[in-house]
Design a protein around this ligand. Sequence first.
Ligand SMILES: CCCCCCCCCCCCCCCC(=O)SCCNC(=O)CCNC(=O)[C@H](O)C(C)(C)COP(=O)(O)OP(=O)(O)OC[C@H]1O[C@@H](n2cnc3c(N)ncnc32)[C@H](O)[C@@H]1OP(=O)(O)O
Length: 144
Amino acid sequence: MARAGEGVSVTAEFTVQPAHQGAPGLAHGGVLATALDETLGSLNWLLRTIAVTGRLETDFVRPVPVDTVLHLDARITAVHGRKIYSTATGRIGGPEGPVAVRADALFIEVKVDHFIDNGRPAEIQAAMSDPDQVRRARAFEVNP
Ligand SMILES: CCCCCCCCCCCCCCCC(=O)SCCNC(=O)CCNC(=O)[C@H](O)C(C)(C)COP(=O)(O)OP(=O)(O)OC[C@H]1O[C@@H](n2cnc3c(N)ncnc32)[C@H](O)[C@@H]1OP(=O)(O)O
């Protein structure tokens, strides 16, 4: 669950589960990168922009044990044309705790056709007949 913060920013928490292990008792880096990607991606909703991750550069600063709550904080740093630059940190031991992971990202704005043209037809059909998904996609429509 991500919450809007000041400016174009969000905070979120992610609890590392046993299924997220890489090394014994520690979170897999790919899962931590996913938590960062998801948090960064939720910023684009605040811009009312449909965007996909083009680049995600991740620093793994401290090991993150299973059962740890990762306190995520993400914000937009710049927007240039279709390019949205953002940055995020993940802290352990509390929202003011030491940084365990951080990421810089570049999201690229796309049309909804990006998903319709490239997604597997079965899932696209299911999404289009799901009123919640359609409402979510229409939320980005600015035409009257
Ligand atoms: C009915 C269904 C309902 C659906 C309702 C949907 C709801 C909303 C869902 C949201 C979903 C979020 C999901 C979470 C986040 C993922 O997990 S997204 C999944 C992972 N990401 C991907 O799959 C993206 C795959 N990549 C691509 O499709 C294409 O490379 C892209 C990103 C669309 C860009 O291609 P393009 O549109 O042809 O754009 P292109 O001209 O190449 O680049 C545009 C600009 O970005 C720059 N750029 C592009 N890539 C890079 C890069 N990697 N590094 C540096 N610069 C780059 C270019 O240099 C260019 O810069 P300028 O020349 O404008 O200065």
